[in-house]
Write a protein that binds this ligand. Structure first.
Ligand SMILES: Nc1ncnc2c1ncn2[C@@H]1O[C@H](COP(=O)(O)OP(=O)(O)OP(=O)(O)O)[C@@H](O)[C@H]1O
Length: 305
């Protein structure tokens, strides 16, 4: 039997005033997964995460965490969830250690937790430096240490790599993998960049204008787009407008490269014929497996149409 998802929403909708922000979302986050919740800015990621954390008023639809209805079992559920949803609020003049210690005492947790969470997030060596000397990546990891204090089963992180440099992104990625693999955490994290999560996520949900346009494993996302035909030409935008629609939806990859879903050899011959017939040069016509990035862009562009 497949274990119940750790997070499950059914027909989750949400409005701000008369504006519908979320449209009947059916999210399913498997236990022990790293679920990348992806979508362009304004798609509704933060709103969804806030609902899952009980921070926004009861929406339409149901939200179940650990198999229980969030509205009916709010406190026991939320005691099992650690979150990082904005820049963590830290005392800059205190050390990393003292920041964690202050929160630990406030929550009445065991003294050993402070050193334990600093170790997990890789800040033991810098624990006694004042936080004002920390890089953005270190601050994010300290925020994560605070979220880990009660040893929650589930972590909900809103754009944890936003604004980080490549090293900060790599450190956060390694930390998330460790948390999942060595500490058995389930992690739901949002991002607007697939490149930031493709190497950590086991599962992906793609949201566009409040609608879930894809949900499944990373490999299912990879396979979704399948093979593409790439055309090298002078002006990809002009070529796109010239192509008949029955050849499939073309996307402009760069000023001189156009991509279309591969259909058949005949499609490729027809493509070349159409473009050359319209006076456009065709420097190369090749097939390749679509990248995750292209699949993601294609999904969100199509949903906009
Ligand atoms: N307090 C609010 N009142 C009215 N509309 C809001 C409010 N907060 C967010 N919105 C709108 O809801 C939509 C979804 O916002 P949300 O922050 O959930 O998106 P997001 O996917 O997290 O994007 P971003 O990465 O830009 O934060 C946006 O159109 C936003 O303008």
């Amino acid at each position: 039997m497949t274990p119940a998802p750790l997070i499950e929403t059914r027909n989750l909708s949400f409005r701000y005033g008369s504006r519908t922000i979320l449209h009947e979302l059916n999210l399913s986050v498997p236990a022990a997964s790293i679920y990348g919740f992806l979508g362009p800015n304004g798609a509704g990621k933060s709103t969804t995460l806030r609902i899952l954390l009980g921070l926004l008023a009861t929406p339409a639809g149901t939200v179940r965490l650990f198999g229980h209805d969030l509205n009916q079992h709010r406190l026991p559920i939320l005691s099992q969830v650690g979150a990082l949803i904005e820049m963590p609020s830290l005392y800059d003049h205190l050390s990393g250690h003292d920041n964690v210690e202050a929160t630990r005492r406030l929550r009445g947790l065991a003294a050993a937790r402070t050193a334990a969470v600093l170790e997990v997030v890789g800040l033991s060596a810098d624990a006694h430096r004042p936080v004002r000397e920390y890089s953005l990546g270190m601050r994010q990891r300290l925020g994560l240490a605070l979220a880990l204090l009660p040893d929650p089963q589930l972590l909900i992180l809103d754009e944890p790599t936003n604004g980080l440099d490549p090293q900060g992104i790599r450190e956060m990625r390694e930390l998330l993998l460790r948390l999942q693999q060595e500490h058995d955490k389930t992690i739901l994290l949002s991002s607007h960049l697939i490149s930031e999560i493709e190497r950590v996520a086991t599962h992906v949900g793609v949201i566009q204008q409040g609608r879930l346009v894809f949900q499944g494993s990373v490999s299912a996302l990879q396979q979704r787009q399948g093979t593409q035909v790439l055309i090298d030409t002078d002006d990809a935008e002009t070529c796109r407008n010239l192509l008949p629609l029955d050849l499939g939806t073309a996307s402009v990859l760069s000023a001189g490269t156009l991509a279309l879903p591969y259909q058949s050899r005949e499609q490729m011959a027809y493509l070349a014929q159409q473009l050359i017939g319209a006076g456009q040069p065709v420097y190369a016509l090749r097939c390749q497996q679509a990248s995750l990035e292209q699949t993601f862009l294609h999904l969100t562009e199509n949903a906009l149409a």
